[in-house]
Ligand binder design. Structure first.
Ligand code: FE2
Length: 293
C-alpha cells in the first residue's frame, strides 16, 4: 500500500496515477485504492505504462467492481476478450478513423450502457488531437439554482438521431454515427449514477434527442443552456496523448469528445476497451459519416 502517487488533474474530476505496476492480478489493497479513486474522480490517467490488452481489460473490469479472475464470463483469454479494437487514422478497419466527435457517452440510450471506457496510446505522432472530457456529476453540482429548478423532474430522450448536425454549428467535419437500430431511452435529466449514487446532468449533444414534453424550440433552447453550462472551457479536461498513456473513465459520469482528425494528419492509434465487454452490443457498432459527406 502507498506505492501509488496521485495527482489531481482538475478540481472537479480526474487524477493522474503513477507507480502502478501493470500485472495480473494486482494486490487487494491496490485494487481497493484504485476503485475508490475511480469512483471519486471518474477519470484515471496512467502515463509511461506498458499495458497489453489483457491488463487493460482486467483493470477496466476491476474498476467497476467486477472480479474478472473469478467470473468465467469475463475470461481475459477468451477470443472476444482478445479481439483488439483500435481507434485509428492509420490501421485498416480502425474505428471512427477521422472526423470530430461532439460530447457524448458511448451507447447512453441503452439500459446496459458501458460503465467504463479506456484508451491506450499505441502509436501517437505529434501534434495529435486530444481527447476532451467533462464531468456530468460536476455539471450537476455546479448548475445554477435557477437552471436546476427548471430541469428538476424533467426527462430527456436519448437515441442515435439527435440534432448534432444542427448543434455542430455547420461544421462539416463532425461525425454522425449511424446505428443499426432505432432504440431510445427516457431518463431523468438529473440522472442518478447506478454505482456511485451521484446526481448527473445527463444530456449530451450527440445522443440527447429532446426533452420530453417540451416543444421542439423550447427543448432545443433549454438543452442549449445546459450544454453552455456543461462545456464551459474552464471545466473541460484535454488529454494530450503520448504513446503508452492509459486513460480510463466512467462513461456514465463523464462525457468525451475530440477535435477533428484526418487521414493525412499525425498517426493516432489508440486501443479501446469497454466494460462490461460489448457482448450483445458487438454487432451494433456504428458506421460513421460526416456532416459534409
Ligand atoms: Fe465515444
Amino acid at each position: 500500500m502507498g506505492s501509488l502517487q496521485v495527482r489531481a488533474i482538475h478540481p472537479g474530476f480526474g487524477a493522474e496515477v503513477s507507480g502502478l505496476e501493470p500485472k495480473v492480478p494486482l494486490a487487494d489493497d491496490t485494487i481497493a485504492q484504485l476503485r475508490h479513486l475511480f469512483d471519486e474522480k471518474g477519470l484515471l490517467v496512467f502515463r509511461d505504462i506498458d499495458a497489453d490488452l489483457r491488463f487493460q481489460t482486467y483493470l477496466s473490469l476491476l474498476l467497476i467492481g467486477e472480479d474478472p479472475l473469478a467470473n468465467p464470463d469475463q475470461s481475459l483469454d477468451s477470443p472476444s476478450a482478445r479481439r483488439e479494437l483500435l481507434v485509428s487514422n492509420r490501421e485498416e478497419g480502425g474505428n471512427a478513423p477521422v472526423g470530430r466527435l461532439l460530447y457524448h457517452s458511448d451507447y447512453m440510450w441503452r439500459d446496459d450502457v458501458f460503465r467504463l471506457l479506456s484508451l491506450y496510446g499505441l502509436k501517437v505522432e505529434q501534434p495529435t488531437s486530444p481527447t476532451m472530457f467533462v464531468s456530468a456529476a460536476h455539471g450537476w453540482e455546479t448548475l445554477p439554482d435557477e437552471l436546476r429548478a427548471r430541469v428538476e423532474g424533467l426527462y430527456a430522450i436519448h437515441g442515435q438521431n439527435a440534432s448534432y448536425d444542427v448543434r455542430s454549428g455547420g461544421d462539416a467535419d463532425v461525425l454522425l454515427p449511424k446505428f443499426a437500430d432505432e432504440e431510445t431511452i427516457r431518463l431523468p435529466i438529473a440522472f442518478r449514477h447506478p454505482r456511485t449514487g451521484q446526481t448527473l446532468l445527463y444530456v449530451t449533444p450527440q445522443f440527447t434527442q429532446r426533452i420530453d414534453g417540451l416543444s421542439d424550440a423550447d427543448s432545443e433552447a433549454l438543452l442549449g443552456e445546459l450544454f453552455d453550462h456543461l462545456y464551459r472551457p474552464d471545466v473541460e479536461v484535454q488529454h494530450l496523448w503520448r504513446e503508452r498513456d492509459l486513460v480510463m473513465w466512467d462513461n456514465i459520469a463523464l462525457q468525451h469528445a475530440r477535435p477533428n482528425i484526418t487521414y493525412e494528419g499525425p498517426a493516432r492509434t489508440l486501443r479501446k476497451t469497454f466494460a462490461p465487454p460489448p457482448g450483445a452490443n458487438a454487432s451494433k457498432r456504428p458506421e460513421f459519416t460526416t456532416v459534409g459527406a
